[in-house]
Ligand binder design. Sequence first.
Ligand code: PLP
Length: 465
Amino acid sequence: MLVAVKKKYETPRLEQLATQQGMQKHRVHEIKSEDSDFDEMGDVNELLAEFGSPLYIVSEKSVRTLYRSFRDAFTAPGIDTIIGYSYKTNYLPAVCAIFQQEGAFAEVVSGMEYDLARSLNVPGHQIIFNGPYKQTHELIRAVTEGALINIDSYDELDALAKIAKQMKMTARIGLRINFQHGEQSWTKFGFNYDNGDAVEALKRVKKAGTCLSLEALHNHSGTYQVNPDIYARTAQVLTGVAKKVIELGMPPVRIADFGGGYPSSNRLKPAFESVELGGGAGRHLQPFADAIIGGLTKAGKAFGERPTLMLEPGRAVIDSAMKMACTVVSRKSIPGRGDAVIVDAGVNLLPTAYWYDHGVEASAFDDEAAVMGAQPVSVFGPLCMQIDVLRERAMLPPMSLGSSLVVSNVGAYCLTQSMQFIQPRPAVVLLGKNGPEVIRRRETREDIFALDSVPKHLKNKAPKA
Ligand SMILES: Cc1ncc(COP(=O)(O)O)c(C=O)c1O
């Protein structure tokens, strides 16, 4: 006998939807993300079948295109431009090697990253060594190999001067400068400009004598900056310090290092759009380049006859060059939340899902009819955690079990901040000139527990069957 199951009354949800025309555009955007220029990707289902699901996918062509457009935007007459790729953003060795082939220096913030750069044959003089913690043996190596060391504190300045003196060598240094600009200024790193610490640091460098050669003034004002004005202020601050260098009778500093922070084409969740900074992600690099190059032009001869502009982009040159393909493993309709799918990739692989509304493409639904059938669907990961949400209410066509989804703009900080939580991490393939190639293999249970040991007295015997 069939029993009729009464569905409980559910309060209707009010949801703001655009008009039909706008809606269509929005749907197309969701389904065919604006960054989906991975024309070499082919059929994502074939990639998943060959390399397993989920799968990180890097497009070599996109890495090169992003790098070149970044470099071109910041190239100007009368200025030499050096781009130091920020390793921590994504230090897949294959990715770092592409940037190196494109002519990028390596911007590293630890001995481990330094070592990686050297293992990839980046010469020491093309390494920019940043960060608040550099160990003595790392500093010795950096001095020996001629890396540019951006000093973070008085303690580090004193330590490096001592090391270089003992080695009877000259360390190539920069001073990291910070300043107050708005409420969320990154004043934790380097020497403060506003309170006079930056000038005091200059005096100490001068006093240290020939063991330190001041080549750069550095500032990294924050990450995912949405307003180029902060870089105009950086230019003013660095110029102010550079003029002080000359006043102190030191040789002019040649390099103005503006750090990173330039936005990618990812979209911040509305909650993180800064009202103070005017909202809306500044997705185009030109205003940032104008602020920086314009600022350097105003610097006159503060950085010598021909200044070197150093930049340390991370997310702007790698975010949209990587995607994550995954598979729908289950579907639900959740009271108060609407339709949802569970996929086999979680926030442990895409930690940036906390801040961004990543584009989610339904790869198998290319035709307009499917686009028009799209509805808001939440995309949850496979972790046994309530916070495992890849994307709230993406516009997606109806999906079956086993359908694949592609999450875009996952190149920055996803892999380096990913963790083996509950599930091993997936493989990474590079879409390069030889077709898809594995550049990191899928992890196994053995990889995850390779470092562990169980003390003898805790080794339990298997129970008898
Ligand atoms: C010193 C330094 N340079 C460059 C970067 C790269 O930043 P982004 O990825 O925002 O461009 C960072 C990241 O925080 C950094 O700390």
